[in-house]
Design a protein around this ligand. Structure first.
Ligand code: PLP
Length: 423
């Protein structure tokens, strides 16, 4: 019997995704072939282990699929080693921590309240509970990463792992500078490129693999694949901890990371998701994808300029990537209220702490906006002024229901004729 309840709810969600303006910076619309690989019979297969080294029979075909995913990912980022099994970005980071650290070891990450991620040492996450976290943030005057504090803290605390990468930071990273610090204190670097990975793959931002020992990412944000995680390295270096195989040879870092994914933190890999990741990596190698990424970046840049013109404060004064963090204090509205007002107009954003926020994480003074999803739907530079205008009118409406209703209708008229995936 067909499950009408669930499939009608899926259709309801499809309507929501079609009619609204999706500005959550971590979201995107996957292509039909990504979705079809993900919704395939590959979900039926158990395949603990790695291609050619499984704990289950019948893995000949999924071996080929997973190997293709690994090979494509390595080609895309010019990496020599990759693991495509992490179920999510958080799982990828958990595996790196397990491979590189012992409980109680010191780590140095980008502060969550300045734009970092929970898995980079937050006290509510395993990374802050099992390890000893220290943080760097942004400079108050510029909103840019405070590399001086990063360096001072690293020299004082000598962490085993330095983590860079963010959930809400709109500028590029100086990976070379972080590597210099890491070499001085004997730390490894984990770059978590979950947000900008699609842009890095398209060579529109600095390449973290040039300088960072280990790189993780989600696959579902700018990379536009299925929900999932990945780990990669430019060089599969020998592990610095002296861990050896039975024959006395030093284990590679790749071997430690593979073991940290399975059996360290996960069971069977999701081969249907790995198949969909392979499709997405193939798409990300095309010129069409690079053109898409160029559009995402141009849309974000114009949007940030227009918000500035309307008197909004953008943390760091602009964007180099797909996202921006708007500090709403100059408009006298909280992040929570902004999220709710925009939601009524079917514009989805998320409230977000801004650096040195004066509100709690439940209220916040900011919103985070990203252009990856709307650009996939076909939104281009010509549409951006209208979108900024709708958002501005909604945010300054003081809750006036006729203004919000007008914004909702305008949003629907703009978005509903567009496909979920244009380019
Ligand atoms: N790392 C960063 C920088 C992120 O922004 C996110 C998700 O937003 C994650 C990790 C976690 O990814 P997931 O939600 O797939 O576990």
């Amino acid at each position: 019997m067909r499950d009408e309840k669930i499939f009608s709810l899926i259709n309801e969600e499809k309507d929501r995704q079609t009619n609204g303006l999706e500005l959550i910076a971590s979201e995107n619309y996957a292509s039909e072939q990504v979705i079809s690989a993900m919704g395939s019979i590959l979900t039926n297969k158990y395949a603990e282990g790695l291609p050619g080294k499984r704990y289950y029979g019948g893995c000949e075909v999924v071996d080929k699929i997973e190997q293709l995913a690994i090979d494509r990912l390595c080609k895309l980022f010019n990496a020599s080693w990759a693991n495509v099994q992490p179920h999510s970005g958080a799982q990828a980071n958990a595996a790196v921590f397990l491979a590189c650290l012992n409980p109680g070891d010191k780590i140095l990450g980008f502060d969550l309240s300045h734009g970092g991620h929970l898995t980079h040492g937050s006290p509510v996450n395993f990374s802050g509970k099992l390890y000893k976290p220290f943080f760097y943030g942004v400079k108050q005057e510029t909103g840019l990463i405070d590399y001086d504090t990063l360096e001072e803290t690293a020299k004082k605390e000598r962490p085993k792992l330095i983590i860079c990468g963010a959930s809400a930071y709109s500028r590029d990273w100086d990976y070379a500078r972080i590597r210099k610090v890491a070499d001085e204190v004997g730390a490894l670097i984990l770059a978590d490129i979950s947000h900008p990975s699609g842009m890095i793959a398209s060579e529109l931002l600095n390449d973290p693999l040039d300088y960072c020992h280990i790189v993780t990412s989600t696959t579902h944000k700018t990379l536009r694949g299925p929900r999932g995680g990945i780990i990669m390295m430019r060089e599969n270096i020998k592990n610095p901890y002296g861990l050896k195989w039975k024959n006395g040879n030093l284990k590679s870092m790749g071997a430690l990371l593979d073991a940290a994914v399975f059996p360290g933190t996960q069971g069977g890999p999701l081969e249907h998701v790995i198949g969909a990741k392979a499709v997405a990596f193939g798409e990300a190698m095309t010129d069409e994808f690079k053109q898409y990424m160029i559009r995402v970046k141009a849309n974000a840049k114009l949007m940030s300029e227009l918000f500035l013109e309307k008197g909004y404060n953008i943390v760091s004064g602009g964007t180099d990537n797909h996202c921006m963090l708007i500090d709403l204090r100059s408009k006298g509205i909280t992040g929570k209220d902004a999220e709710e007002l925009l939601g009524k107009a079917e514009i989805t954003v998320n409230k977000n702490m801004v650096p040195f926020d004066t509100e709690s994480p439940f209220i916040t003074s900011g919103i985070r906006i990203g252009t990856a999803a709307i650009t996939t739907r076909g939104i281009d530079l010509v549409h951006i002024p209208e979108i900024v205008d709708i958002i501005d009118r909604t945010l300054t409406s003081s809750g006036d229901s006729s203004i919000i209703e007008e914004a909702r209708i305008q949003t629907k008229n703009l978005m509903s004729p567009l496909p979920l995936f244009k380019w």
